[in-house]
Design a protein around this ligand. Structure first.
Ligand code: ADP
Length: 193
């Protein structure tokens, strides 16, 4: 199974992806996690990405597309994967289509977790407090920038898939378990659910 989870920062993509990993044994490919690992390891990509991430901007498309292409080509993706945090621009979505085409692969589902944007900033900052603020980009200024970047550059990705009839929306308001149940229901239903 190959899935994309879309949704703004704080929508719960990471949490839901992790649950799907546990349930279906497929891989979670989180570009945010990959970038944070690259920053921690001090690789050339990490060195380049750090300042961009700290201010809440997007890492350039060509860098991200290369990271994803390389990742998808590793053998551990054979059973499938959940993309979490990619594609984040329409150009990334177009590149992903081409990349999958070239490999004879397709996507089973593109699920958008829909939430009320007014709660996001509080959710992210609240989570940062709980976890001791382990993410450098969970400050008030950066969070508001990340949300603005989402509206401007990532919301059109949902439109891109919607216009191709490929998007499923799931209500992301409610508990983790409630949202999980909605995602499961969506996955069980046929492609035209
Ligand atoms: P969020 O909680 O904001 O969804 P992520 O962990 O997905 O955070 O990403 C953190 C940061 O990593 C983003 O703000 C951005 O700078 C960078 N990043 C992650 N994925 C991408 C991507 N696909 N394209 C460009 N930048 C990305």
């Amino acid at each position: 199974m190959r899935l994309i989870l879309l949704g703004p920062p704080g929508a719960g993509k990471g949490t839901q992806a992790q649950r799907l990993v546990d349930k279906h044994g497929i891989l979670q490919l989180s570009t945010g996690d990959m970038l944070r690992a690259a920053v921690a390891a001090g690789t050339p990509v990490g060195q380049r990405a750090k300042a961009i991430m700290d201010r809440g901007d997007l890492v350039p498309d060509d860098v991200m597309i290369e990271i994803i292409a390389e990742r998808i080509d590793r053998p551990d993706t054979a059973k499938g994967f959940i993309l979490d945090g990619f594609p984040r621009t329409v150009d990334q979505a177009v590149a992903l289509d081409r990349l999958l085409d070239e490999r004879g692969l397709s996507l089973d589902r593109i699920i958008e977790i829909v939430v009320d944007h007014t709660i996001l900033s509080d959710r992210i900052l609240g989570r940062a407090k709980e976890t001791g603020g382990s993410r450098a980009d969970d400050t008030e200024a950066t969070v508001s920038k990340r949300l603005a970047v989402y509206r401007e550059q990532t919301a059109p990705v949902a439109d891109y898939y919607r216009s191709r009839g490929a998007l499923k929306q799931v209500d992301g308001m409610g508990s983790v378990a409630e949202v999980a149940a909605r995602i499961d229901e969506n996955l069980r239903a046929g492609t035209d659910a």
